[in-house]
Write a protein that binds this ligand. Structure first.
Ligand code: GTP
Ligand code: MG
Length: 554
């Protein structure tokens, strides 16, 4: 076991430092690693969506009596849940028990008169609360607790990691600190629901669904909010009504392709958000991208939002990742750490470019866990064989079927520690034959690369596509170098384990520090590449330890 607090003294108990009580209201799907989600993805989505429809967002005065505020709102119906948070002002998220309460509140709400400016009337669920008379400072103002919506600073993270008891504890700590909280998850579904209200002005009965890391259980506090405008639900209503020999169709405008239809829909919704969407700022229509989207900031929640349409496969990918994340408690801890490691070394970026994406990294971790012996995660093909008729799902001709009932999947018999998995992950990808092999989670084994992109990761559903086509050779090389260096650091630590503490960051914390290999390779450009030397060192350490164990056994 690691000595406690090798680097810094721990303020208070570890539990207090982690703010564990803050997580206590977490529901099963956002809870800590020991409460892995077991609810079906579709159930979670349905419940959350319905909850969001009964919820309102209120910009409050900075000084407010929580008790009076709740009493005032209770006139419209009972309140299930509420919380406050700060983001350029004080906001309250209030969930009523009944949807009708929202309408009741809207009925007593007025459109503001703004003096010289004019307001565009829009009856949303995002309100602004004003006080007719300021509060009596001493008696009425209560100190309400604001829920934090951002991830810990690097300094706090280092403190927490250095105070952990083991590498396993470090990985779980990182997960606990960075995962979306219950409140942040609510705010994400609420934001989608508010955007749906705006889009419904054009497309009544449309649905705006979150996807990507907001819902796949790999989201980190502060990650973007991917949402997609689902117009398929409208189609479903109409097919149900067809009866007898008659078939009624809407008169519509036709356009030459699905892509053009998507662009036109997103264009008007983008305009709508820009002109009428309360709190939607910086709206950019990026319609010529491979996957057209509207990007904007939702000021009140602080989320950077990407709205797409016609994107069912991406939602299905989110469901698949959600399943993988829930199958074994080590998956999320490992993915969070690898994502964090990649971000710390600028392997990933918030700007699109030739870098690896978080989505690709997650698929690489899943693949690695499928390759363990015995496997920690099943292959996608195996999940397909467990599917029943209800699970069948074909999207745009692609077979996206896999089992969705967790009870039908046997837990893994593999008991490897996170520490070992982390080290092996770096070794595995530090030595992977990227030049000839493709990563394939459908079959759970390497395949020959069908094309020459430096990194080839097969898209799990659109199997002819490569999800990492954008990655350049130099970015891939940087990934390999850093993976080798990280494996080396962890090996070195194993060797030093019994030596006295030298007050250095250790384990995961050491891996998040600036790279030695990069600075070495800059300083000694003419020598063998740093990564080659690290690879050789690693190999010598390994053969040393085999020799040692042979010697001992002998
Ligand atoms: P972060 O936003 O970085 O936290 O992760 P994310 O998983 O949300 O990634 P991102 O916002 O880039 O993409 C959102 C979702 O779109 C992903 O979760 C995938 O489901 C899907 N997606 C992203 N990139 C690709 C890709 O290259 N191919 C395919 N098929 N889907 C992708
Ligand atoms: Mg995202």
């Amino acid at each position: 076991q690691r000595p406690l607090c090798r680097l810094l003294s721990c303020p208070g108990t570890v539990a207090a430092a982690l703010g564990r009580e803050e997580q206590s209201s977490g529901s099963s799907e956002t809870g800590s690693e020991d409460r892995t989600p077991k609810k079906r993805f579709s159930e979670v989505q349905k419940e959350r969506r319905e909850q969001a429809q009964r919820t309102v967002l209120i910009h409050c005065p900075n000084k407010i009596s929580e008790k009076k505020f709740l009493k005032y709102l209770s006139q419209h119906g009972s309140i299930n849940n509420h919380f406050f948070y700060e983001s350029f002002g004080l906001y309250a998220v209030v969930e009523f028990s009944q949807k009708e309460s929202v309408a009741s509140l809207q009925n007593v709400t007025r459109t503001p008169s703004l003096g010289t400016e004019a307001a565009i009337p829009f009856r949303s669920r995002y309100f602004n609360l004003k006080l007719k008379t300021p509060l009596n400072q001493t008696s009425e103002q209560s100190s309400m607790r604001c829920r934090n919506q951002s991830s810990p600073s690097s300094k706090k993270l280092f403190e927490l990691l250095c105070c952990a008891e083991s590498v396993d504890d470090q990985l779980n700590t990182l997960l606990r600190e960075f995962q979306l909280t219950e409140e942040n998850t609510r705010l994400r579904y609420l934001t989608c629901s508010l955007i749906e209200d705006v889009a419904a002005a054009y497309f009544p009965d449309c649905t705006v669904r979150p996807f990507g890391s907001s819902v796949n259980s790999f989201g980190k506090l502060g990650c973007d909010l991917d949402m997609f405008l689902d117009l398929d639900e409208i189609e479903k209503f109409s097919t149900h009504k067809a009866s007898g020999n008659f078939l009624m169709e809407f008169q519509v405008k036709n356009v030459p392709s699905e892509r053009i239809a998507t662009q036109k829909i997103l264009s008007v919704v983008g305009e709508c958000l820009d002109h009428f969407g309360p709190g939607c700022v910086g709206v950019q229509k990026i319609l010529n991208a491979r996957c057209p989207l509207v990007r904007f900031s939702h000021q009140a929640s602080g989320f950077q939002c990407d709205l797409t349409t016609n994107n069912r496969i991406a939602l299905k990918s989110s469901e698949l990742l959600y399943m993988y994340g829930a199958l074994d408690s080590r998956v999320r801890a490992l993915v969070f750490s690898i994502r964090c490691w990649a971000r710390a070394h600028s392997l990933t970026s918030s700007i699109p470019g030739a870098w690896i994406t978080n989505f690709s990294l997650t698929v690489m971790v899943i693949f690695f866990l499928q390759r363990r012996s015995p496997p920690i995660l099943p292959t996608l093909d195996y999940l397909k064989t467990l599917a029943d008729a209800e699970d069948k799902c074909i999207i745009e001709g692609h077979n996206c079927t896999f089992v969705r009932d967790f009870n039908r999947i046997k837990p893994s018999g593999n008991a490897e520690t996170l520490e070992l998995l982390l080290k092996e992950f770096f070794e595995y990808f530090g030595n992977f034959a990227f030049n000839k092999n493709s990563i394939n989670i459908r079959q759970g084994r390497e395949q020959n690369k069908p094309e020459s992109s430096p990194l080839h990761i097969q898209n799990p559903f659109e199997t002819s596509l490569n999800i990492s086509k954008n990655v350049s050779q130099s970015q891939l090389q940087k990934f390999v170098d850093l993976a080798r260096e990280s494996a080396w650091i962890l090996h070195q630590e194993d060797k030093d384990r019994l030596s006295p503490s030298n007050n250095q960051p250790w384990g995961l914390a050491a891996l998040l520090l600036p790279s030695v290999a990069n600075s070495m390779s800059l300083a000694k450009k003419k020598k063998k590449p740093a990564s080659e030397r690290i690879k050789n060192l690693l190999e010598s350490i390994k053969s040393e330890s085999t020799e040692n164990s042979t010697a001992t056994n002998g």
